[in-house]
Design a protein around this ligand. Structure first.
Ligand code: GLY
Length: 252
């Protein structure tokens, strides 16, 4: 069970962030409304929220998940793999410091939290354009010290590992059709997301609910069939900036 989450409001510079989505420019006012609804959903799931003010210096900084990996017992401050995002982690470290013992990924390691998926007592780290081998090895060592199993796998054609693969719990794994490194994921019950709903591979389990992006009826129905209670959220403005449900919070 999660009890807390950290989120950061989108900045007025949000549209200047990094994206390859080709979906047009996000509307800042709509993004703020969608972010508010996201925060309300996390509160409904029972989380106590720390809502950080926007930081216009970093247009991508509402995607807080990339700045750290957190568990109930400790946190690891990431070192973002895109130079434009390096520095976002500094304030997150200040916020987490009073709450958890912390480690840090150090140079030349790079790691984005979006490449790190927890599935019960196991972590899977995706090697991406953001997370390098050194960063993954540093995180693996820390996690293994805390008795987690860790697998590191290469990913392709997606920004972050969790862009394409997400664990719901109860051995259920959402994954985009055609994802590589399938062998390492073979022990899970696969819920395949077809190409027309790829964005919905990034659903987010929070306690008794699964948050699902609005507009992906097949995924919604497949998750419901598994017996989960659903909260649907409009994420259009974040999708335009290559961000999804998991990217918008750190949960622990
Ligand atoms: N816009 C999110 C990212 O590229 O990290």
């Amino acid at each position: 069970m999660f009890t807390k989450a950290i989120v950061r409001k989108p900045a007025h510079t949000f549209a200047n962030g990094i994206t390859e989505a080709n979906l047009g420019k996000p509307d800042y006012k709509i993004a703020l409304k969608q972010h508010e609804a996201y925060c309300e959903a996390l509160a409904k799931c029972g989380l106590e929220l720390t809502i950080l003010e926007a930081n216009p210096e970093f247009p991508d900084s509402c995607f807080v998940e990339d700045t750290a990996v957190v568990t109930k017992d400790f946190g690891v401050i990431a070192r973002p793999g895109n130079i434009k995002r390096q520095g976002e982690e500094i304030e997150i470290k200040k916020v987490l410091e009073p709450l958890l013992p912390l480690y840090s990924i150090t140079e030349p390691g790079t790691l984005d939290g979006g490449d790190v998926m927890q599935a019960d007592n196991k972590f899977i780290i995706g090697l991406s354009n953001r997370t390098n081998l050194t960063g993954s090895r540093q995180l693996k060592e820390i996690l293994e010290k805390h008795n987690y199993d860790v697998t590191v796998i290469p990913i392709c054609n997606i920004l972050h590992f969790k862009t394409g693969v997400n664990y719901l719990g109860e051995n259920n794994l959402l994954l985009q059709e055609g994802i590589c490194s399938l062998n390492e994921l073979s022990s899970y019950n696969h819920i395949i997301i077809e190409q027309d709903e790829f964005y919905a591979a990034n659903c987010l389990r929070v306690n008794d609910y699964v948050l699902v992006p609005k507009g992906f009826p097949k995924t919604k129905s497949n998750v419901e069939k598994l017996g989960y209670k659903i909260i649907e959220l409009e994420l259009s403005e974040f999708q335009k900036m290559d961000g999804g449900l998991s990217c918008l919070s750190l949960r622990f």
